[in-house]
Design a protein around this ligand. Sequence first.
Ligand SMILES: O=C(CO)[C@H](O)[C@H](O)COP(=O)(O)O
Length: 224
Amino acid sequence: MDTITKAKKAAGEKAASLVQSGMLVGLGTGSTAYWAIEKIGQMVKEGLNIRAVATSVASEQQAIALGIPITSFSEVQQLDIDIDGADEISEDLQIIKGGGGALLREKIVAHASRKKVIVADERKYVRTLGKFPLPVEIIPFGWELVFKSVQALKGSPTLRTREDKPYITDNGNYIIDCLFGSIENPEQLHHQLKAMTGVVETGLFINLKPTVIIAFENGEVKTI
Ligand SMILES: O=C(CO)[C@H](O)[C@H](O)COP(=O)(O)O
């Protein structure tokens, strides 16, 4: 296992250790949240009694394969803890998510959770957001118009594709990955994008007040 994968595993497992019996748990998406889900699966086999809401079809399938009981917002209103990854975390704990395409469900689950835990390796921790292209989930109909509106905002959007076709989210939408340069005011940018008709959600996770667990390649794990 390479040092970055080891760091992701360390961060994910540290976050899993915060999960206790009786909790309702949000399961994130991506290669770091993966390790938290694996650990929670192991804990369930050892007697941990939880129910979970997954943020993507992929994470739900992983959880089901591990025997983690799955629930949904038709049965529960609030979760105790959500464990998820990030693409960038700034020093003031604003976050870009959506690299894995699950930003909409991730945001719904994060906002429904009392405690939000973000797990990441050290490469994700940055001074200012913006090097990672901001994922924005948009409605397929008229996506070209949103594309132009982002350009008018001095952004540089790219339609995400898979096998030469538009990438389709679990919600049936498209994603545009948008470079804006250094994002000095993430809150303002989030609101400007949300105001565009056709935008479903942005990957800017603002003022979430998360607990951030960062794992370093040297084996150190820090909670911020
Ligand atoms: O937002 C996400 C998926 O939509 C992921 O949490 C984010 O992309 C981080 O993934 P990874 O841990 O694989 O780097």
